[in-house]
Write a protein of this length. Structure first.
Length: 456
């Protein structure tokens, strides 16, 4: 990320204030579109709009894609439909769809009517029908395809024609007469074997591909597994309909990671640091409220044994220990499961095996932690407090086992219910473990005290 000095920003603002188009263009000409997008974050909307109007359509399109989503929406709201259409025509269809989806339905229809390239407008309309979290929602239609029955000279001719309007070429796809994907034509073979009679004689068969309704998480795993830079997308009967590139996947993975991180932190929907106070409050308040309710529940549980604290004040000293340990164990367990579900190393079908493994880990951890706490309490509280010492250790053992199982079970259940399992790594686990942990602690403690009294 490029940082602009206050002196440079003052210089830019002076140029804008003077409406010096020539000086502004000179400055913009030295910048990469991503740097221009960064510059816009330090300017107000009117200043950014002034500079944006000076860009050529191709650069304007690149800048628009690089802008932060909120900044892009603000800028789009100040552009005319024909201006947006001019920019859309410079974009690949996948990027164009991203822009179109940020417009209101009425504005979207107006922009589509202004696009001169009817084929591109039609492709955009088709792509907007797909769920944005599927392969169809992120694919582009710009690709080079050749027929398996073409000769090498004919193939080369068609490739040149199709490549004229493409910025980058990753693969050349081979289809049959019904447009079904058959293979990938390696460009190296065009040089090493130019006399091949038919493309199907030299193509690589059975290429890795995905269907339009494949979840984007699965697509990302395939990119990683096969070290791909591009992947063809087919419809339900195998016809080639588009391609996904690695940069598209990286953007989606980054956005998903941001969403999961915020969800795990107890933020209900995507927010940025420059969002308004109201927007940030709406995103953060729901889980804070749930945490408050959980805290009230915990206080009610503790209130049931209020009289016992007066007789055995040492019991209250270990409430933070029980709560913190249960919360930490639960978050550790859920984080491992969520990570496994995300990278494909764990499947919901393996739930029983994972639960048993976590039970084993929990038993070992619980044994070690409870033994260490027992020894500490035995030497610090003394033999006369042996009941409390035993109660704390047994409670810790039980709480760690429960938190391990619960932290594993919840994300697996959420995944099975098609709910984002990242929800399980946040306040939900902590609040539940606090409440259940206190119930376990109080039940074991008062059970032992009732049976043996304050000493054993």
């Amino acid at each position: 990320m490029k940082e602009y000095t206050p002196e440079y920003l003052d210089k830019i603002r002076d140029i804008i204030a003077l409406k010096d188009d020539e000086a502004a263009r000179a400055e913009l000409a030295t910048m990469h579109p991503a740097d221009i997008a960064e510059l816009y974050q330090d300017l107000d909307l009117d200043e950014a709009e002034f500079l944006y109007q000076l860009l050529d359509d191709e650069t304007a399109a690149d800048v628009l894609i690089e802008l932060d989503e909120d900044d892009r929406k603000k800028l789009l709201s100040h552009l005319q439909a024909d201006e947006i259409a001019d920019v859309i025509e410079q974009l690949d269809t996948d990027d164009a769809v991203d822009i179109m989806q940020e417009l209101d339905e009425e504005d979207r229809d107006e922009v589509l009517s202004k696009i001169d390239d009817v084929e591109q407008a039609s492709d955009i309309i088709d792509l907007m029908r797909y769920d944005e979290d599927t392969a169809g929602g992120v694919m582009g239609t710009e690709l080079i395809k050749v027929n398996e029955n073409w000769s090498m000279p004919e193939c080369v001719k068609q490739m040149r024609q199709q490549a004229e309007n493409m910025d980058e070429i990753y693969n050349v796809y081979v289809v049959d007469d019904d447009d079904k994907l058959k293979g990938i034509f390696p460009l190296k073979r065009m040089i090493t074997d130019p006399s091949a009679a038919k493309i199907k004689k030299v193509m690589q068969t059975d290429p890795v591909s995905v269907k339009v309704d494949t979840p984007i998480e699965e697509v990302a795993l395939d990119f990683e597994k096969y070290d791909l830079v591009a992947m063809p997308v087919v419809d339900s009967i195998g016809r080639l309909v588009g391609r996904i590139t690695v940069d598209d996947i990286m953007d989606e993975v980054r956005e998903q990671s941001e969403r999961d991180y915020q969800l795990a932190s107890g933020i209900s929907h995507d927010v940025e640091t420059d969002d308004s106070i109201i927007a940030q409050t709406r995103a953060r308040l729901p889980w804070l409220t749930i945490g408050m309710i959980g805290g009230i529940g915990t206080s009610i549980v503790l209130g049931k044994w209020e009289a016992g604290f007066a007789d055995n004040p040492a019991i209250a000293l270990f409430i933070p220990l029980i709560a913190a340990t249960g919360g930490n164990v639960g978050i550790q367990s859920s984080a491992i499961v969520v990570q496994g579900l995300a990278n494909g190393s764990l499947d919901v079908k393996d739930s029983s095996r994972q639960l048993l493994k976590e039970l084993g880990v929990g038993l070992i951890n619980a044994s070690i932690i409870s033994l260490l706490v027992f020894l500490y309490n035995f030497f610090t509280l003394g033999p006369e407090r042996s009941t409390v010492t035993l109660a704390v250790s047994l409670s810790l053992f039980a709480v760690i086992i429960f938190a391990s199982i619960f932290g594993t079970f919840v994300p697996l259940l959420l995944k099975k219910l098609k709910i984002d399992p990242a929800l399980a790594t946040g306040p939900f686990i902590t609040v539940t473990n606090d409440l259940i942990g206190m119930i376990i602690y109080m039940a074991i403690t008062w059970g032992l005290l009732s049976a043996f009294g304050s000493s054993m």
